[in-house]
Design a protein around this ligand. Structure first.
Ligand code: ATP
Length: 363
């Protein structure tokens, strides 16, 4: 396959709420250092307003101008948002990340969980990736064309709808099998097919059908409830896990914490043409503004974006940059430079500077 001439990638940077304005710039600093060290073209960052600051400045948590700008970009870094704290008229709308996932059909949410050496993790050997279907399932806010699938026919009755479609399940299953092929070739489907037979049972059946194309990948499956126990007991036994939207959201918070802290859990939301890097955690309003938040999750998410761009645009220097970031994070954490959630004393900005310096020192 001919290799395209490497080009400059234009990436959006959307700070978000709570700890977002602290951790997202930390990620930009580290990614810039990695790209320079790997010899890739410098990244062209495009700042765009989102969240509470955008409500103040533009009257919308996701201004139309930000959305239009994103259409033209190769990908972006999205900070967390605290939509529960928005004024009532903005709370009623789909939150910015849910909206972006649906609008751009970012169907695959990839959430790795990997412990660092020497960092106290509940399950030390954990090294797995959750592949979460991101566009339908039991998240009613994403399962309809207009409006949401959650409604109240009377004041005392609430109904939520789950949607499961063959094309969406086939594409997420393929994504998961392809990922498993690049790892330990073991895929686990998580469902609740004994009770939710037509919906999650359908999800399981289609994953098995797609599995016929991947005889080299070992396939097994667990009920969602049993899976939580298996993860706590023997997380190291799992490689890639594929599941529907809500199960994946819940399970990935669990695996992030099992690996040491929610603050280290990266995540990428991707379609075949676009990707949005976004930490798996929320806006952590309890620690916002103190320069103590752990930026690892958003840094790792950014590295996943570089790797995705590198694969998509056949640019090995970007993949190298992503590898440098992961290695420098491990070196920095193992050397004892850690934020308070990992029982360290480093500030957010000091930690990011240490990671960037580690990368640059290897030049
Ligand atoms: P959301 O609903 O948006 O996921 P949440 O309030 O349920 O938000 P988080 O904002 O992720 O959850 O916070 C959960 C806990 O994890 C909080 O105690 C928070 O301080 C902590 N936490 C989350 N992210 C980080 C981080 N990057 N560094 C340190 N602690 C974090």
């Amino acid at each position: 396959m001919p290799t395209a001439e490497p080009r400059t990638h234009r990436l959006g940077v959307l700070l978000g709420d709570g700890i977002g304005p602290e951790i997202v710039p930390a990620a930009v600093e580290v990614l810039d250092a990695a790209v320079a060290t790997a010899g890739a073209k410098p990244l062209d960052w495009v700042p765009l307003p989102v969240g509470a600051a955008a409500i103040e400045s533009h009257g919308s948590a996701l201004p139309p101008a930000s959305l239009e700008a994103l259409e033209e970009l190769d990908g972006w870094l999205l900070g967390p948002h605290d939509s529960a704290a928005y004024p009532a008229e903005h709370r009623a709308q789909l939150n910015p990340s849910g909206f972006l996932r649906k609008h751009f059909e970012l169907f695959a949410n990839i959430r790795p969980a990997k412990a660092f050496e020497g960092v106290q993790a509940i399950t030390p050997g954990i090294d797995l990736v959750i592949v979460r279907e991101n566009t339908e399932g039991f998240y009613a806010d994403r399962s309809t064309y207009r409006g949401t699938g959650e409604y109240m026919p009377t004041a005392d009755v609430a109904i939520a709808m789950g949607i499961f479609t063959r094309p969406a399940i086939e594409r997420i299953a393929r994504e998961a099998f392809e990922l498993a092929r690049t790892r330990r070739r073991h895929l686990t489907v998580v469902h609740k097919a004994n009770v939710l037979r037509m919906t999650t049972g359908f999800f399981l059946d289609i994953c098995r059908e797609v599995g016929a194309e991947y005889p080299d990948v070992e396939l097994d499956d667990f009920h969602i409830d049993a899976m939580t126990a298996h993860l706590v007991r023997r997380a190291a036994a799992f490689d890639v896990i594929v599941t529907e939207n809500m199960f994946g959201d819940i399970l990935s918070d669990l695996t992030g914490e099992l690996a040491g802290s929610l603050g280290i859990a990266g995540s990428l939301n991707a379609s075949h043409t676009r990707a949005m890097a976004q930490a798996a955690h929320g806006s952590a309003p309890d620690i916002a503004g103190q320069n103590v938040a752990n930026p690892i999750a958003v840094i790792r998410s950014g590295a996943m974006l570089l790797s995705w761009l590198g694969t998509r645009h056949a640019d090995p220097a970007l993949q190298q940059a992503a590898t440098l970031v992961e290695a420098a994070l491990a070196t920095t954490v193992e050397s004892g430079t850690r934020t308070p959630d990992l029982r360290g004393t480093a500030t957010t900005s000091d930690f990011a500077a240490a990671v960037a310096a580690t990368i640059t020192a290897g030049r």
